[in-house]
Design a protein around this ligand. Structure first.
Ligand code: SAH
Length: 239
């Protein structure tokens, strides 16, 4: 995973610190920094971290935001509210993409639960990041905001699904075999006339199937074969 840092500025509820550590760990992030936490260490943080206590235990505490992001190539401030004056505004998805392009340590900076980030903290960062939400109720819980950021980072790094079986993909040759077989069956059955545009239609249909597997092509061809044999068998039957 890329060196993405999560910085919590003046968090007041230790439970949120633990829940943020857990949110990070599930998405493969481990670098957590706490700027002047109101109460930390605290048992509530441990409880909420569950299996992510290692992230919590490695979290470093800093006196100021500048100290927490001094060695980062960029810092992105998270805010639920737009501000009249702010650095460049990005939505969270574009921000995650931007952070990964930088290919060096990048911090995502979160504000206090009730007051958010101060203007000074905001301007210590190069961008203001917004998580799209209902305008009437746009303020997410701190740890949930961390979860969304960590998830978006993850989606840019790794979209592989666990447990998905990786099958052999159909090649162009496999597909051409299927098209020829379809044509043969369509003509033999009288379904397709010579001037028909069916050829284009099924090419168009299969072009919309991403990652067709060889086995799937074989199933379709097996079905065509069985249908054709069945028809012939009936035709061959004496009247
Ligand atoms: N009441 C505060 C919000 C506190 S929520 C305010 O109005 O600013 C705690 C932190 O979670 C915020 O400082 C911000 O860093 C993050 N956060 C919550 N909702 C967010 C959203 N919709 N977009 C971006 N960050 C958000």
């Amino acid at each position: 995973m890329p060196p993405i840092r999560i910085v919590l500025c003046r968090p007041s509820h230790p439970g949120n610190i633990g829940a943020a550590a857990r949110a990070m760990k599930t998405m493969g992030l481990t670098d957590l920094r706490l700027v002047a936490p109101e109460r930390y260490p605290a048992p509530e943080a441990q409880w909420m971290a569950t299996h992510a206590v290692d992230v919590l235990e490695r979290a470093r505490v800093h006196a100021t935001l500048n100290e927490a992001i001094a060695d980062c190539a960029a810092a992105f401030a998270l805010s639920a509210r737009g501000r009249e004056w702010s650095p460049q505004v990005l939505d969270v998805r574009s921000a995650a993409a931007r952070a990964l392009e930088i290919d060096d340590a990048v911090a995502f900076v979160f504000g206090n639960e009730s007051a958010g980030l101060t203007n000074e903290e905001l301007f210590a960062c190069q961008a203001l990041v917004h998580i799209p939400a209902d305008p009437q109720s746009s303020s997410l819980n701190l740890a949930q905001a961390v979860q969304v950021v960590a998830y978006e980072v993850r989606m840019h790094v790794d979209v592989a699904m666990p447990f998905a079986r990786v099958e052999k993909r159909a090649t162009v040759e496999d597909l051409e075999g299927l098209y020829a077989h379809l044509e043969q069956a369509a003509v033999a059955s009288g379904f397709m006339t010579p001037q028909s545009r069916l050829r284009e239609r099924w090419r168009r249909l299969f072009s919309r199937v991403p990652a067709l597997e060889r086995e799937e092509v074989n199933i379709l061809r097996g079905l065509l074969k069985a249908l054709m044999t069945g028809k012939n068998a009936r035709n061959e039957r004496p009247e």
